[in-house]
Design a protein around this ligand. Structure first.
Ligand SMILES: Nc1ncnc2c1ncn2[C@@H]1O[C@H](COP(=O)(O)OP(=O)(O)O)[C@@H](O)[C@H]1O
Ligand SMILES: [Mg+2]
Length: 290
């Protein structure tokens, strides 16, 4: 979930508490909606939506990311695999502005230097992130969760009483369908299955029409059927969005992957089709133990 969305949801829940007459929380505040100084299109003329070069991050002297270089083409669905501690989540932290690297270059398209922006600005520029655990607003309905996500769109004026226009309603309906929750629109998000919550959060990201989606272990804890439907979902998003998917489930990776990047010790160990990387001696070694 994006920082603005977390803020928005907290406000929505607080507003609801206040209208109920309970005053468990005092005050209430209006968020300072951060706006991009230089909004604009992402320049993909060079055939890359994301570009990392020689990126390094150390935590207390330990190099979690070690001269990492990697790029992703527009519309690509890139899979990232690698043993625990390889730096996969840290890489996403860097792209989304949560962690600052000590050195290196991170570009969104060929002109946007992501290291100059904060988390909220990066989300607004069109990089959506799905964390491992589902983070939806459990006390709101599926519909309300999606509506809220639209509200934090940089093009939509913030206001407490927000009404969808017909274009927005159409988009919401389309996304409900895409994430397989059209029949559950009025259900409380808290009553959904784990897999459905994951889809809902993906739907919330989609409401903001991200150019690049980062998904960290999206099928962990899902049933086989939910996993298969998630694969279908990701394949349907490919092309319209660029996706970076971190997963351990190799069956899932096989069903969605084109190029697979293997991360190890904070750098790219191998890259190619899943068959190619699975036959790579170095990859076999890091997976089968040393
Ligand atoms: N905030 C942090 N402080 C200290 N060490 C961290 C921090 N974040 C990650 N690490 C370390 O960096 C390495 C990479 O972690 P992570 O990116 O979570 O790996 P992965 O997602 O591939 O399992 C691990 O050794 C982890 O312990
Ligand atoms: Mg991780």
């Amino acid at each position: 979930m994006t920082p603005d969305l977390l803020e928005e949801g907290a406000q929505r829940l607080q507003a609801r508490e206040q209208t109920k007459g309970s005053n468990t929380q005092s005050g209430g505040h209006n968020a300072g909606y951060s706006r991009l100084a230089t909004p604009g299109e992402v320049d993909i003329a060079h055939g890359r939506i994301l570009y990392l070069e020689d990126v390094s991050v150390s935590f207390d002297g330990f190099k979690a990311i070690n001269n990492l270089s990697l790029d992703i083409a527009p519309g690509e669905l890139r899979c990232i695999i690698g043993p625990n501690g390889a730096g996969k989540t840290t890489m996403m932290d860097i792209i989304t502005g949560k962690t600052r690297p000590q050195s290196g270059t991170v570009f969104f398209g060929s002109t946007i230097d992501l290291l100059r922006y904060n988390e909220s600005q990066i989300a607004q520029m069109g990089i959506g992130r799905k964390f491992q655990k589902p983070t939806v607003f459990e006390q709101l309905t599926v519909f309300e969760n999606l509506e809220l996500a639209l509200k934090t769109d940089k093009n939509v004026k913030p206001s407490m009483f927000f009404k969808l226009d017909s274009q927005q309603s159409d988009r919401l309906a389309e996304i409900l369908h895409t994430i397989h929750l059209a029949d559950n629109a009025r259900r409380m998000a808290g009553n959904l299955s784990h897999g459905q919550k994951q889809w809902l959060e993906i739907g919330m990201l989609l409401m903001q029409d991200p150019k690049l989606l980062l998904l960290d272990e999206p099928v962990a804890g899902m049933t086989d059927e939910e996993t298969a439907r998630t694969a279908e979902l990701f394949l349907s998003l490919k092309g319209k969005h660029s996706l970076m998917v971190v997963e351990h489930d190799m069956g899932f990776i096989r069903s969605i992957s084109e190029i697979v990047t293997v991360l190890c010790d904070g750098a790219v160990l191998a890259q190619g089709t899943l068959d190619q990387v699975q036959q790579d001696e170095r990859v076999i070694e890091v997976y089968l133990g040393r």
